[in-house]
Design a protein around this ligand. Structure first.
Ligand code: DSN
Length: 401
């Protein structure tokens, strides 16, 4: 037995139990879905797709992958699904490579406005392969659709990415589709953050508007770390070939089984009520923080997340992240629109309620969290606040393996 690793995993499990994560991209995997990650499926090689593999012994793997695909198709209301992409950043590169030639123009939201690294940030390989033109948020922190339409006409992109990592509002999928169509561009919806809320009917779906939809599976969906690429039938072959053999080798079959189970669990009234509680909690937390004098980018949220602009408080995002982590609340530093500070030490923090809602915290606890956050940012006694968070976490245990 590797006692060192065993003890470290035990310590991490205890940390997760005793702290509260408001990191918007984190959640707790369904315990049953987690169990399949450690199954015999991890031993198998299965390059290719059901019925056409490059290794023998894949009849059962075929059935598992087909189940994951069928469940995703039904849940998201899409025509074709690839379940093999290993992560979100990888999946985005796969999509670009499937639909574009290198050097083609992509329009997306820049990282400092809420986009993702793989949406063409200069540090991401995506920006070396494609030409990115970033659209902007307006002064209120929402997407300026009029400006976007004008820009699209001017730069004539081949692809437009909508769907973000640090943007709290509903996305006008129909207008995005109209703009993309008007310039002959593909519309790609990156719903990595909000997929669980969309299938829980707490947010609008891009299914009838986007050419391709990408989501990671470990955020609001509560699955293992992985990704789904969904598209219209006509694009299926391009996408599948870009995954394998284009950019990946053997799929992680243990993860695919775990994704299949996750998709079965993310259904029905119970899931819808979870999704609603995530949004309700985010809105309550945002309101409570506003009452305490904090500025929320765009004035609120329609989703699980919010960005707090700490300029007025004269605390950097990194400093706020440290102060809160010190008392057992995890948030992530975040740029604010048109941030004068760099991404490593930006002007804001991003908070999300998916994980705390999984633990069962509700509106009442959001008021308490807002008050603790305020007191921590005002540097009140850490020991007392740490204790308050530990007690709250203990009251809402989460099933961890
Ligand atoms: N790291 C994820 C997030 O926090 O949004 C995206 O990759």
């Amino acid at each position: 037995m590797d006692q060192k690793i065993k003890n470290l995993v035990k310590a991490e499990t205890k940390r997760q139990q005793e702290q509260l994560t408001l990191i918007a991209s984190e959640n707790y995997i369904w315990p049953e879905a987690q169990s399949y990650l450690a199954s015999s499926l991890t031993n198998k090689y299965s390059e290719g797709y059901a019925g056409k593999r490059y290794y023998p012994g894949n009849q059962i793997i075929d059935e598992i992958e087909q189940l994951a695909i069928e469940r995703a198709k039904k849940l998201f209301g899409v025509e074709h699904v690839n379940v093999q992409a290993l992560s979100g950043a990888q999946a985005n590169l796969i999509i670009y490579s499937a639909l574009l030639a290198t050097g083609d123009t992509i329009m997306s939201l820049a990282l400092d406005q809420g986009g993702h690294l793989s949406h063409g940030h200069s540090a991401s390989w995506t920006s070396k392969l494609y030409k990115f033109e970033h659209y902007q948020l307006n002064a209120q922190g929402s997407i300026d659709m009029m400006a976007l339409a004008k820009q699209a006409k001017a730069v004539k992109p081949k692809l437009i990415v909508a769907g973000f990592s640090a943007y709290s509002r509903e996305i006008d999928w129909a207008s995005f589709a109209k703009i993309a169509k008007s310039v002959g561009a593909y519309l790609v919806a990156d719903i990595s953050h909000t997929a669980g809320l969309i299938v829980g009917k707490a947010m609008k779906s891009p299914a009838e508007h986007a050419d391709v939809i990408m989501t990671t599976t470990h955020k609001s969906l509560r699955g293992p770390r992985g990704a789904l690429i969904m598209c219209r039938k006509e694009l299926a072959q391009k996408i599948d070939q870009a995954v394998f053999p284009g950019l990946q080798g053997g799929p992680h079959d243990n993860v695919i089984a775990s994704i299949a189970t996750t998709l079965a669990l993310d259904t029905g009234k119970a899931w819808q009520s979870y999704a609603k509680s995530v949004v309700k909690n985010a809105q309550s937390l945002a309101k409570a923080l506003q009452k305490l004098g904090y500025e929320i980018v765009s004035g609120g949220t329609d989703s699980h997340l919010m960005i707090i602009d700490l300029t007025k408080q004269k605390i950097s995002g990194k400093e706020a992240e440290t102060r809160l982590a010190d008392i057992g609340i995890l948030v992530s530093r975040s740029t604010i629109p048109h941030d004068p500070r760099p991404p490593y030490n930006p002007s804001g923090i991003r908070l999300g309620t998916a994980a705390v809602s999984t633990r069962g915290l509700g509106v009442k606890e959001m008021q308490q969290l807002a008050s603790v956050i305020d007191r921590a940012l005002k540097n009140q006694t850490k020991a007392k606040l740490r204790n308050e968070i530990k007690t709250l976490a203990k009251k809402f245990p989460v099933q961890l393996a």
